[in-house]
Design a binder for this molecule. Structure first.
Ligand code: GDP
Ligand code: MG
Length: 370
């Protein structure tokens, strides 16, 4: 292995070079910042500073971005939008998701369909729309905190008889922070006390101004309970999606994000994932969060077995070793060996990051006690 200079070592152990030089002096070594140190000295100083010195430098090729090859324009094809529904508790998120699902389910006759996973697809005028059905802002923020961007569009549900409430504001903040276009669904229009004008008025405060008032936010009036306005809502989603020009390359190996995952007694790890680019196939070698595996079987949102899944498709997969977290990225590699090597490197990188954080915390604690 190559020797480290004093400067490089200081950087690795996150200490000022002057400290390293001082410590070296105490050991009787006079060294400048560009001075090369032998392995024993590196080990001595490194371990003094609380680090484990390893001969093999972990390659930094553990971020998926490092493997991403840009798609060329001619490979890019339109993909369905991925939509999340947010809003204040009891304003009708679940009812709206149900109403949409029952209005038109892909691949089957409507009605009597039990949804199988935390995401589903519907089709309107020949265009698919994917809904992520992990309601609650926590799931959204958790995924975003982990660096995942899965949502193209946010629907903010506001009950016409209740107006803007704390979680409505929170939802708007999340959508804006994620730079997601917003569609406002004013729900419970069937109620005699419904007052959509008041909702629109209240939302102007957040710069969500309806087109009829000269703004550019799309509002739809619905009754999720009665299934009214659902078609228009889907039309608006398709229109907004068109403006976003959402594209992906179905010809490449798949990559995407974990929506949810659990350990199943009989089947092992079961993960619902959203394919965001490429096409996922049975047999693919997959690295997913800190773990890896081989896709043994795949099922769609209504529990039909599928052999492949293209961009914006949610599927449930089995065949991975450990349980990943919601928001973890995944990527398919051309063979098992490579997948495994990358998974191991990612894992040790994550461990290293965790060690750093632990150390930072304990240092802070120390200072807090002084
Ligand atoms: P969530 O907490 O946002 O998921 O809200 P839910 O979908 O669970 O709905 C809360 C309550 O409002 C339930 O009792 C629903 O039946 C009711 N609800 C939802 N949508 C409508 C609607 O369009 N009209 C009326 N009248 N009630 C609705
Ligand atoms: Mg709900």
């Amino acid at each position: 292995k190559e020797d480290l200079t004093v400067g490089q070592l200081a950087e690795q152990i996150e200490k000022p070079a002057s400290d390293v030089i001082k410590t070296l002096m105490q050991l009787g070594i006079m060294a400048s910042i560009n001075h090369s140190l032998d392995r024993d000295t590196v080990e001595l100083i490194g371990e003094e500073a609380g680090f484990e010195v390893k001969d093999e430098v972990v390659t930094d090729a553990t971020k998926f971005e490092d493997f991403v090859i840009e798609d060329s324009d001619e490979d890019l094809q339109e993909r369905p939008p991925v939509v999340t529904i947010m809003g204040h508790v009891d304003h009708g998120k679940t009812t709206l998701l149900d109403a949409i699902r029952h209005s038109r389910v892909v691949n089957s006759e409507a009605g009597g369909i039990t949804q199988h996973i935390g995401a589903y697809q519907v089709e309107k005028d020949g265009k698919k729309i994917t809904f992520i059905d992990t309601p609650g802002h926590a799931a959204f923020t958790e995924m975003r905190a982990r660096g995942a961007k899965v949502t193209d569009l946010v629907i903010i549900v506001v009950a016409a008889d209740d107006g803007v409430m704390p979680q409505t504001r929170e939802a708007i903040d999340h959508a804006k922070a994620a730079e997601c276009p917003i569609i406002v669904a004013i729900n419970k229009m069937d109620k005699p006390t419904a007052n959509p004008d008041r909702v629109m008025q209240e939302l102007t405060e957040y710069n969500l101004i309806p087109e009829e008032w000269g703004g550019n936010t799309v509002f739809v009036k619905v009754s999720a309970l009665k299934g009214e306005g659902i078609d228009e809502c889907l039309d608006m989603i398709n229109l907004a999606a068109e403006m976003e020009e959402l594209k992906a390359n179905p010809k490449r190996l798949a990559s995407g994000t974990v929506v949810e995952a659990k350990l199943d007694k009989g089947r092992g790890t079961v993960a619902t994932i959203l394919v965001q680019n490429g096409t996922l196939r049975i047999g693919d070698a997959i690295v997913i969060g800190k773990t890896y595996g081989r896709v043994r079987a795949m099922a769609n949102d209504i529990n039909q077995e599928v052999k492949e899944a293209g961009p914006s498709t949610p599927v449930e997969i089995i065949g991975i070793h450990e349980v990943p977290l919601a928001g973890d990225p995944f990527m398919v590699f051309s063979d098992d060996k490579e997948a495994r090597k990358i998974a191991e490197a990612r894992e040790s990188n994550v461990k290293r990051e965790e060690q750093k954080t632990t150390k930072a915390v304990s240092l802070d604690d120390l200072f807090a006690q002084i």
